[in-house]
Design a binder for this molecule. Sequence first.
Ligand SMILES: [Zn+2]
Length: 185
Amino acid sequence: MKRTIETNNETIEYDFEIKKVKNINLRIYPDGKISVSANRWVSKRAVDAFVVSKAYLIFKALEKYETRKILPRVQYYTEKEFVELVKDCCQKVYPYFEKRGVGYPEIKFRKMVSRWGSCHPAKGILTFNKNLIFAPLECIEYVVMHEFTHFLQANHSAKFYEELSYICPDYKERRSKLREVQIKE
Ligand SMILES: [Zn+2]
């Protein structure tokens, strides 16, 4: 259900849904959509008051999303090509890590919402986000080198970035490009 409220001369339009949530939930999406859910015991007036109380946060978030550059969502490869590409990329960077005593990892793929990849050093597993199919090649290479570097440094310390810069000197440019790619579930 669409609802509209006025606050400080600004109109906030949001989608309202009754859900089995604890109290009231508010979500702001990068496309400007606001969705609010509440359990059925919460009155509409309380929901509106809640949204008004979050107005500052909402406008701030919307402003941030507007200024954020987002790449058009382009699928650059077929799924098969993508998997091959990541595996090729792993093969390509591996000799560098082999010299550092890293064993060849098991490569896995999974859809993830909060990260582009993960490294499990103890198990020797690298997992890549299937959503990288929407990322340009230079970003995929960046994620591969980033995750491999976690075999040397498990954290994101200064030492980690120092290690990363040896194999990927332009990691900052690649990383900021990757930030323009949207992650969806
Ligand atoms: Zn990392």
